[in-house]
Design a protein around this ligand. Sequence first.
Ligand code: NOJ
Ligand code: NOJ
Length: 598
Amino acid sequence: MLLSTLAAITVLVASAAASTQVNVVGFTFDGSTLAGTINVQNVAYTKVIYVIYDTPAGGWPGSCSAHYSSGPASNGYETWTFSCPIDSKGITQFYVEYDVAGNKYYDNGCGVNCNYPVTKTPPPSLGPQADITSWFSSAFPAAVTKLKANIHAANTNAGVVIAAPQSNTINNYFYHWIRDSSLVMITINDLYISGSDSSAPSLFSDYQTFTYGIQRVPLLTGLGEPKIEVNGQDFTGSWCRPQNDGPALRASSFMRFANAYLAKTGDMSRVLDMYNGTKGVVVTDLNYVAQPANYQNAQGCDLWEERRGIYFWTLGAQRRALHEGAVFAASLGDTANSKAWAAAASAIDGMMDSFYFPNTNLVGRGNSDQGLDAAIPLGAIHNAMADGVLSPTDDRILNTVYVLANQFKTEYPINQGSLVDGSGLPLSYAIGRYIGDVYDGSEHTTNGGIANPWFLATLAYSELYYKTATAYLQAGKVTVSSLNLPFFSGARPAGLAVSGLTSGTTYDAGSTQFKNIVGSLQSLADSYARTVKTHAGAGYQLNEQFSRTSGMLTGVNDLTWSYASLISAGLARQNMMAVVNGGQPNNNITKRRRTARA
Ligand code: NOJ
Ligand code: NOJ
């Protein structure tokens, strides 16, 4: 019986190309429950999936069913989960059988003649991790230095933020990209708010002068131009244009700096000058953003400069800028603009739910593009507002980023190894732009299909989970739902691996479940930072990408946005620690206040 069963498995695995149709993403065994997640190809609607396991006595006596969780995603795969009670006879190994359309497919984990060995999984360590506290204490100031080196670099005008240095040979990123530069200047202002850096007033002065100039250059598609030459002239080569996230992010950068500067100095004249003075920049950008043709533009390009349509990242940036603008204008007594921008913002509010697809329970990158994408965690961390819509505490976001992280397991060989660092501490999955990306970061992508993980995408997961943990701590409770339960209970490295949770229950700060969820979020966020720590170059160098096979730096070197992402993740961690220690974070989530009535 035993022999014939094993022989059957061997034959079927050898002939069924295990893992194409069914693939175990991860599992845990806490001594009483074998729990895990499976990727299942949607071969047909009706499916049955069994987890079949062995005991020390042998004979493969155990089986239990897996259950549908979500999907299919655009790659045709569904997520299934299992939670099998294991009695005192114990468990030694398991495999998975997938019955569909009259066929059986198997995943036994390691090819022919072996199965998934099961030993008791140590529970993940909870809370902020000491090695990551220590790493940020050196990597953070190094990133600040490297980021600033790309502001007004040699051979560029004052106010220019290059996307990456001129010395790059792999690709030419020696331009002032509006998106990248705005995110970098937002980071400069966040450093200023945090009190750890005082260069913002002078850097914003140059940046304002440069911006005022480029807003007046006759640009090919107007303010939606994605990138500008470092001497302030129009870039006229072919490119995906317009990219309408740019003016929105840029307006946000100036308004947030203006608010911080006013709070610190009381100097209203400079605030008015940024708004619409002799070198005013904010009104120009927001009047562009508020035009329906610019936020409902199906021809607009996404942040990766590849797809046209209405995208979550872009619309989120526009929504937040317009809400910020409505409040800012009202505070300066400009009722007319305040009303116009508030009206546009409210029109966008009504479009946000279109990114959520109830058929899959997932947030897509576009309102007619269900693809999962790092733009989703990026949008949730950069563009979230106090209303919480598609923010780091929105369960639709948490479910989506969890499913996406699991998809990256099969995307990159580096995610299929042992996933521990040199000290045996857990690594996360390395995250890239999206599944199936082929852009390897070089000028001419000749090797189709070799895109790699990105530092800024992996760090977006850290920042997201720091922010989720912070919000739960501030709320003093967390409610488990059918949408967040797969993530909360799912196996590491993608899930929180917290057991004993019940959907529909709210756990208060004093409960074990609350402590496990928040503690696991903190250590999971740190494991994403640890992956970046492990693959960063000497002296904390970050490129755009790191190799999908070796983890070595690849793509352009010293991408400014990579350093900005390390700094914003570090600041989110500092804010979380301030809350852990009973203080207040430097919370820069926009408050949605009512605008003044005329
Ligand atoms: C260059 C863009 O910057 C990048 O995002 C895109 O993936 C490639 N072009 C596509 O070729
Ligand atoms: C390519 C990326 O896809 C895009 O988002 C970025 O703006 C440019 N590189 C410049 O860094």
